[in-house]
Write a protein that binds this ligand. Structure first.
Ligand code: NDP
Length: 327
């Protein structure tokens, strides 16, 4: 029958890594499946200012997102959690033995599953966005800021991500313009204050990006003032010829894999109780993919820990001896 893990964890972000830590530490055989890069969104986040223990000192954070992820991964390894870099293609969760098939054709079996697949950057939906993604349009400042050294960039959005990443971009770009559709920010006041003090940041409220234009790369963009309805086309200076557009307009749940299997809310976030149990026994969800009020690294790691301990309790109450071990 092949190996049966006590806990299979889908997703290697903070929620999945925290679940793996608590699961492996409880001596449950644990496997994390991650499709691309361990760490999820914080792996591409420059500053994680509010994870307890991260300190802002002498103009920079004491730990960047990738550094926090590296520590979390090391910790799970030290307690014996295994991990494979494979994308999950399909899942069978209706029986006691849970089965996961990956795109590379491997089958993994588990007595329980914790989903921690997170969320993906939301697309703005303006004309030209798709065409110019990777050609001036980006969703990741940590990945692409360097390309815009000494150029101008626009950041779309008014939440924590937009404003924090705008500040990060000022280390590279000549000027950063924040485009906020409302007359106010949605981010934390402390973050807003730092942005307002930054001389490289200009803020345009009540403004929306309507269209991106160019020949192969971004060459102009049309913005609209949503109060006056006035539209204007922005062109970079001739020497630059181009500029960057970074989109930070929120995130959508990455729950396609469990569509029609796990119960979800209207926005496709998985519904759990406070023990992270889904509508299927032995199946748990943790982190940003869950219906919840606050999506932060600290709440993701908390979810992961709770999910793992609930899985532990589930396995105690449902021994499934006939499925266990190397059989
Ligand atoms: P949010 O959903 O908080 O903010 C999205 C922003 O994009 C809002 O300003 C929203 O405007 C704007 N927006 C959405 N759709 C459009 C659109 N079509 N056109 C123009 N603007 C649009 O997303 P974030 O990614 O900023 O944050 C997600 C979660 O992660 C939040 O809970 C946040 O607190 C957390 N986070 C925390 C950080 C921290 O504390 N250090 C860092 C990063 C994220 P409107 O207000 O009008 O809807």
């Amino acid at each position: 029958m092949g190996r049966v893990y006590d806990v299979l964890i889908v997703g290697g972000g903070p929620a999945g890594l925290s679940a793996a830590l608590y699961s492996a530490r409880s001596r449950l055989s644990t496997l994390i499946l991650e499709k691309s890069k361990m760490g999820g969104q914080i792996a591409i986040t420059s500053e994680v200012a509010n994870y307890p223990g991260s300190v802002y000192s002498e103009g920079k954070m004491t730990a960047t997102g990738p550094e926090i992820v590296a520590r979390m991964v090391k910790q799970t390894q030290e307690f014996g959690a295994e991990r494979v870099m494979e994308e999950v293609k399909s899942v069978q969760l209706d029986k006691k033995l849970k089965i996961i098939e990956t795109v590379s054709g491997n089958i993994y079996k588990g007595k329980s599953v914790i989903f921690a697949t997170g969320a993906v950057p939301r697309r703005l939906g303006c004309i030209g966005e798709k065409e110019f993604t990777g050609k001036g349009v980006s969703y990741c400042a940590t990945c692409d800021a360097d390309f815009f050294t000494d150029f101008e960039v626009f950041v779309i959005g008014g939440g924590d991500s937009a404003v924090e990443e705008a500040m990060y971009l000022t280390h590279f770009a000549r000027k950063v313009t924040l485009i906020v559709r409302k007359p106010f920010f949605r981010c934390a006041k402390s973050i807003e204050e730092r942005a307002l003090e930054n001389p490289k940041i200009e803020i345009k409220f009540n403004t929306e990006l309507i269209e991106i234009r160019g020949e192969g790369i971004v060459e102009s963009a049309i913005f609209k003032n949503n109060i006056t309805q006035e539209e204007y086309e922005y062109f970079p200076n001739e020497e630059d010829g181009t500029f960057g557009i970074f989109m930070f307009v929120g995130y959508d749940a990455d729950t396609e894999l469990v569509k029609d299997i796990l119960e979800m809310d209207n926005e496709k976030f998985v519904i759990t109780n406070d023990r992270m149990e889904t509508n299927i026994p032995g199946v748990f969800a943790a982190g940003d993919m869950r219906h919840k009020s606050l999506r932060q690294v600290v709440t993701a790691t908390s979810d992961g820990a709770i999910a793992a301990m609930t899985a532990y309790k589930y396995l105690q109450e449902n021994p499934m001896g006939e499925l266990g071990g190397e059989i």
